[in-house]
Design a protein around this ligand. Structure first.
Ligand code: PMP
Length: 423
């Protein structure tokens, strides 16, 4: 029975029961139309209202300024690894082309020659690699544009015995220098789901008037704390953790990255430069121009996200996402404090300064495989499920997303105490 279980899966993750109950109804009969929400047209007035309401709820929660747009895509989180590269590289190239054309006039061969050289020597995408997901994103960038254009400004494994679990001091990062035109963008993953590493705050070296364009993956800590949206060019995340069910990614995009302010390189030009031309369904200008309805958007997924967000707006009022942040922090503190009480039994994997509030990764009895198996079985008998660590790293991972209640966190804490005391 659903009420007997507390689920700590990392994504797909628990959803509020009241949203699922309502979802069951609207799947059969939406707004008394006699057909379900998955059967209505994505271009119907009802679908438009769902889109508008969901955008509004997100904008309210995160205080998203008017000069940002919100897009919905079917890309998943991983599709956005590619989308940021296609879109921002295209902007970089077009900007460079326009600069060169100003210098040399309309000698197209000369423009192309110089542009080739500029791409070859100057095109850099900066990645902060602090865990498995930013690593994957950097690998996708290298696959698309070539490894020589990807500058891994920090690889956290290098100073930590080959494992993720820290965020090295910013003074050690090798960001592409702004004197050299800076990178096309800087990319980081705000919360590393597999490794349990979260940025405690926005990196200081990325702040400032002429700060580079920052892209952040917030798949696993979206709407769990306040975000100063203006510091970012692009924020994205798959919905299936804090927000909703699998099927959509949400992108918050600075409008100046869209036409008419930003211009994109033509597909022909990109081909001439041996740079990739992205699929149209990942093209931010196309998706924005069509209000995320360039092609068939899974409106049910947007509806679920909208319901989850609307209930946060209702619950926290003027505190907005700050209300959820307090609860998320409290739940995480409860669990970490308990783990820290028994150093002979539990060891939290990441460094204390970067512990994720969302994905709490730890080992039991030094990572003894049999004991961890037993731990998971004992937890399951108490209705605490989904605690197995990611297959790539093993161990235990308690994902503490928004829909995990304080009661759920407290039950986990009781179990952690009992297990450690051999009760
Ligand atoms: N980024 C992060 C931080 C993730 O946790 C995940 C999925 N767990 C992804 C990206 C990939 O998302 P998707 O599976 O939707 O492609």
């Amino acid at each position: 029975n659903r009420s007997d279980v507390h689920y700590f899966g990392a994504g797909p993750a628990p959803l509020p029961t009241h949203v699922l109950e309502e979802a069951a109804k609207v799947l059969l009969n939406f707004k008394d139309k006699g057909i379900g929400i998955c059967e209505i047209s994505h271009r119907s007035p009802e679908a438009n209202a769902i889109l508008a309401d969901t955008k509004q709820a997100l904008a309210t929660l995160l205080d998203i300024p008017d000069d940002y747009d919100i897009l919905f895509l079917q890309s998943g989180g991983s599709g956005e690894f590619s989308a940021v590269v296609y879109n921002l590289v295209s902007i970089w190239v077009e900007k460079k082309r326009a600069q060169i054309a100003q210098e040399v006039g309309d000698d197209n061969d000369e423009v192309l020659k110089r542009l080739r050289k500029a791409v070859d020597e100057e095109l850099k995408l900066d990645y902060l690699v602090t865990g498995s997901w930013s690593l994957k994103a950097s690998q996708e960038a290298a696959r698309l544009v070539g490894a020589k254009h990807v500058n891994v400004a920090v690889d956290a494994r290098k100073s930590n015995d080959g494992r993720f679990g820290t965020i090295p001091d910013e003074s050690t990062w090798t960001l592409t220098s702004r004197e050299k035109g800076g990178p096309a963008f800087v990319y980081f993953c705000d919360n590393e789901t597999v490794d349990g590493v979260e940025f405690p705050q926005f990196p200081k070296s990325l702040v400032g008037e002429d700060a580079p364009w920052v892209c952040a993956d917030m798949s696993s800590n979206f709407i769990s704390r306040k975000v100063d949206v203006r510091k970012y060019a692009v924020i994205f995340g798959g919905a299936q953790k804090n927000i909703g069910n699998t099927g959509i990614a949400i992108v918050i995009l600075r409008k100046s990255l869209l036409p008419p302010v930003a211009q994109y390189a033509s597909p022909d030009l990109l081909r001439q430069l041996n740079l990739p031309v992205g699929p149209i369904v990942l093209d931010y200008p196309t998706i924005a121009k069509n209000n995320s309805l360039y092609n068939t958007l899974p409106i049910f997924d947007v509806w679920v996200a909208g319901q989850v967000m609307a209930s946060l707006v209702d619950s926290y009022g003027a505190k907005r996402i700050g209300g959820q942040e307090e609860i998320s922090n409290d739940k995480a503190r409860l669990i970490y404090d308990t783990l820290d009480k028994y150093p002979d039994v539990y060891r939290v994997v990441p460094d204390k300064s970067v512990r994720s509030r969302m994905n709490i990764c730890f080992r039991v009895h030094g990572g003894d495989a049999d004991k961890e198996k037993q731990f998971l079985a004992d937890a399951e008998r108490r209705g605490l499920t989904g605690l197995k660590g990611h297959r790539s790293v093993g161990g235990i991972r308690a994902s503490n997303y928004n829909a995990v209640s304080l009661d759920g966190a407290s039950k986990l804490v009781t179990f952690l105490n009992d297990y450690a005391r051999g009760a």
